[in-house]
Design a protein around this ligand. Structure first.
Ligand code: 5RP
Length: 237
């Protein structure tokens, strides 16, 4: 059966980076799920052994359970706050390998895992590469519900168009795995994501935002017939 681009890029990243005995963060979304499934398959076949996983969402937890991938938390003594590797999808990736994540609403756990991993890999298809972040795909921002209006007003001061993420098949907003709500903010003009990542988090009521600029991911980009591996080129801090 022909593999989709998402399957191929996910499997390529797993084959390139995952080794037996690793503690691994597993991402969320329709691309990351293929990495989870492939790790599950390699464990089942005995090709990989002794993998400890930390999931980034209810979705990735369920998939790990389905594939008998042993689940831990970042706080488990065997993990002790740091992962060898994490693999996740992304919504937009710029030329410096900075990205926007959180299209699936899991940005908080995804960022905690990303920023506590020795190695971080993003798996995307080629349509997610952009020159400037946040002009097309909005940056998701997880906030405390009671701060909705003041946070929206503060974000508008950053020249952003902001909307509340609405749920599908439930009236009202999306409620995250952590019991919060999400605002989606699109930039009206090119702005520095490094500055925005820090500035947005300073607004009272904001828990985390979907700019990931303070890590150095390896990005695997799926094209129609190849997978490109792109290391970070320039320093962003
Ligand atoms: C979830 C995420 C996902 O990794 C991101 O939305 C990409 O998802 P997909 O691979 O389904 O396009 O950040 O919060």
């Amino acid at each position: 059966m022909t593999k989709t681009v998402k399957e191929r890029v996910a499997q390529y990243a797993v084959e390139t980076l995952v080794k037996s005995g690793m503690n691994i963060g597993l991402g969320t979304g329709s691309t990351a799920i293929h990495a989870i499934r492939y790790i599950g398959l390699l464990l089942k076949q005995g090709i990989l052994t002794n993998i400890r996983a930390v999931s980034t969402s209810f979705q990735s937890m369920l998939e790990c359970e389905a594939w008998n991938i042993p689940l831990y938390t970042l706080n488990s003594p065997d993990i002790n706050g740091i992962l060898d590797l994490s693999i996740d999808g992304a919504d937009e990736v710029d030329t410096q390998n900075r990205c926007i994540k959180g299209g699936g609403g899991a940005l908080l756990s995804e960022k905690i895992i990303a920023y506590n991993s020795r190695k971080y890999a993003l798996i995307i298809d080629e349509y997610k590469t952009v020159e400037h972040l946040g002009l097309v795909f909005p940056v998701p921002i997880e906030i405390i519900p009671e701060a909705r209006v003041p946070v929206m007003q503060a974000l508008e001061q950053f020249d952003m168009t902001v909307s509340l993420r609405e749920a599908v098949r439930k009236a009202g907003p999306v409620i995250t795995d952590h019991g919060n709500i999400i605002l989606d903010a699109t930039l009206k003009k090119v702005s520095d994501p490094n500055t925005l990542e820090l500035a947005i988090n300073r607004i009272p009521g904001v828990i985390e935002n979907g700019f990931f600029t303070r890590i150095r991911p390896t990005v695997f980009i799926g094209h129609s017939d190849t997978v490109e591996k792109r290391e970070k080129i320039e320093k962003t801090e």
